[in-house]
Design a protein. Sequence first.
Length: 281
Amino acid sequence: MAEVLNQKFKKIKICSHMKIKRRDFVKAAGLTLVSGVIDLPGCNVKSEKNVSHIISLSFDDGFKKSFVKTAEIYEKYNLAACLNITAGAHLPKMKSPNEYVSPTNVGDFDLWNELQNRGHEIMPHGYKHANLPQLPFSEATELIDKCLDYFSENLDNFKAKESIFNFPFNASSPELEKYLDSRVLAYRTGHAAINPMPHKGQKRLTCISKGPENIDAFLDDQINNFLKSEGGWFIFNTHGLDGEGWGPITSSYLDELLDRLIKINNLAVLPVGYALKQLSE
């Protein structure tokens, strides 16, 4: 698998701290064309590297302040952030699901389109922050469809079948997963942090998370243990920065972490959807 990934990175000519025009990147990587300039995600991975480890930090809920800061930190290292949005969270009529999320502290699709245009990955995290397996099946699937429809109408160039559906609360059921099989590229749920390397037909992605307190130390331990392992695809679900959201990390820790990770020769730091779409062919 490492050799396969190595060939993928050679194909799209990744180099350290490289910026390319979006049209050129689209031609190389097969993505949908939108205007603007993009920083190539994962460009810390040089073509000569044998990639044995992939890390995807998956940020949920759509906190405006935190997600803007997260994007800025990722851009500092020429990386793309993985941002998962609750489609209707910004609507004034939406009832706050808990003490952490409300229409007043989340962004809207003007912001999500801007961040996508800057090269970051924007993926669905439900229409509202509901624990779908706890709802009647018809209500849960209605919310899934409503989420994907809202994304199609409001996020530029969104295609449901190319998206990753990130279950709220990392809670799913076999029935809901089966419902999503033909509707999305893949879905993320809870279970374990380490997944097989991206491969064709990979639908079920799992992650871990922790909260409600700050999780800098916990995440650092998890990553250090992963780096000592033989490898795989580590997906960790976090939320806001600097005290915002459930289980936040600090912006200084995120900055220091990315600075450390991009220097590791056999490691790629990639958004979930990008890793699956580009490295599983």
